[in-house]
Write a protein that binds this ligand. Structure first.
Ligand SMILES: C[S@@+](CC[C@H](N)C(=O)[O-])C[C@H]1O[C@@H](n2cnc3c(N)ncnc32)[C@H](O)[C@@H]1O
Length: 377
């Protein structure tokens, strides 16, 4: 990949200009430094093609001091934007759609949201793609209406026919979160469909979905292998998002329960259960810790827990309840080896760590994804 012209300012890619083999070596060393006390760390599973892998782009808009529109990425830990016309990590068509939509918004004189006075319309663009080449555009606005909305939507679809749905997300709060919960569907059904592990998944604007369009299946299959699933198992898919891993697991076991705190992800998960005709999976909208605590006070029998918490790691409540429930096997998928190490320090008192397998999901960045296999002592 050519060196990105804005990488020094944008901060999204820490490993720009470093060849891919060296990137993997750096990640391997970091994973070993943080995790080797628990178990030997397997060789990281790299990507076959490390370029243009992301299925999601988030672009922010602002005005500079001369009232010119700028659009691009936030400089880390700031509210300043570095102008970006193309992100080399993203699926190339996401870049094309971004430029096309930006042109159309400019043509129709849509105002840009100004954080200083909280006025103006367009604040961010979020564009997602799937392996079925369906695209979703989310126009995040500070205002509840968009000037010339109908013409804008028509023109966006005319020039970008792969966009299957356009959503307006109204976000007029002073916040660093990109999306609010206020969505209006302007075109299409409000979701796009992906295909993964032989299953179909509907994804809506607010739901978490893995961003690496090529490596996710490898991540999931590796995690499922480490679960060593048995026909009679009851499995918890904790922090389940749209239910992807749990549904892939459901083919091999008696019952799966997915638990997730994001309402829109649980709605997607329930839809996905129907779309894929899966009967032996249930989804619960709850804090994963509270749910496990509840289960443990009812003496439920759980054989396997798959846990895939956010970057901050799991909670003490979740882990102590899991220890009380005492599943035979746990597979921990982590996107942050620092919080993973903290959590393993606790879990290793009750569970034997049998395998640590890093998988590269984020080339050109410092992020490390790791799967850990644990079995009850
Ligand atoms: C790293 S994602 C994993 C999602 C899913 N396993 C996947 O592969 O797509 C973490 C998920 O945990 C959810 N989450 C965050 N905190 C939670 C909590 N306290 N209880 C339940 N789910 C939570 C997020 O909404 C997000 O969907």
């Amino acid at each position: 990949m050519n060196k990105c012209p804005v990488s020094e300012f944008c901060g999204g890619c820490q490993f720009q200009g470093i060849d891919y083999a060296t990137q993997l070596e750096i990640k391997q060393k970091k994973a070993e430094d943080l995790l080797k006390d628990f178990h030997n760390v397997e060789k990281i599973i790299g990507m076959e093609d490390p370029d243009h892998y992301r299925n999601k782009i988030q672009i922010s808009f602002a005005c500079d001091e001369h009232k010119n529109t700028i659009s691009g990425y936030y400089i880390p830990s700031s509210h300043m934007i570095v102008p970006v016309n193309e992100c080399l990590l993203c699926d190339e068509k996401l870049n094309e759609i971004y430029i096309s939509v930006r042109k159309i918004l400019k043509k129709y004189r849509v105002s840009v949201f100004d954080e200083r006075n909280m006025k103006g319309c367009i604040r961010h663009l979020l564009i997602r793609s799937t392996n079925l080449n369906e695209y979703m555009l989310v126009l995040v606005t500070g205002t509840s209406s968009i000037i010339n909305q109908d013409q804008i939507v028509k023109e966006i679809i005319k020039y970008n026919p792969d966009i299957k749905t356009i959503i307006q997300n109204v976000n007029n709060r002073f916040t660093s979160a990109i999306l609010s919960n206020r969505n209006n569907i302007l075109y299409g059904k409000g979701y796009i469909t992906d295909e993964l592990c032989g299953l179909r998944f509907k994804i809506s604007a607010n739901s978490f979905y893995q961003v690496n369009k090529r490596q996710t299946e490898i991540l999931y299959n590796t995690a499922l292998d480490l679960c060593d699933l048995k026909e009679n198992d009851t499995v918890i898919d904790a922090y389940c998002g749209t239910g992807t891993i749990g549904m892939a697991a459901s083919r091999y076991v008696r019952k799966v329960i997915g638990v997730e705190s994001n309402e829109s992800a649980v709605k997607d998960a329930l839809n996905n259960k129907k779309t894929n005709n899966i009967e032996n999976i249930d989804f619960v909208l709850d804090d994963a810790g509270r749910y496990m605590d509840n289960l443990s006070s009812h003496d439920a029998r759980i054989d396997v827990v798959i846990m895939d918490p956010p970057r901050a790691g799991s909670s003490t409540k979740f882990m102590s309840s899991m220890v009380r429930l005492s599943p035979k096997r746990v597979v921990y998928i982590s996107c942050n080896p620092i919080t993973l190490a903290n959590d393993l320090r606790y879990l290793s008192r009750y569970y034997k760590i049998k395998k640590i397998q890093p998988v590269d999901m984020f080339s050109y960045t410092q992020h490390i994804e790791t799967i850990v296999q644990l079995s009850r002592r």
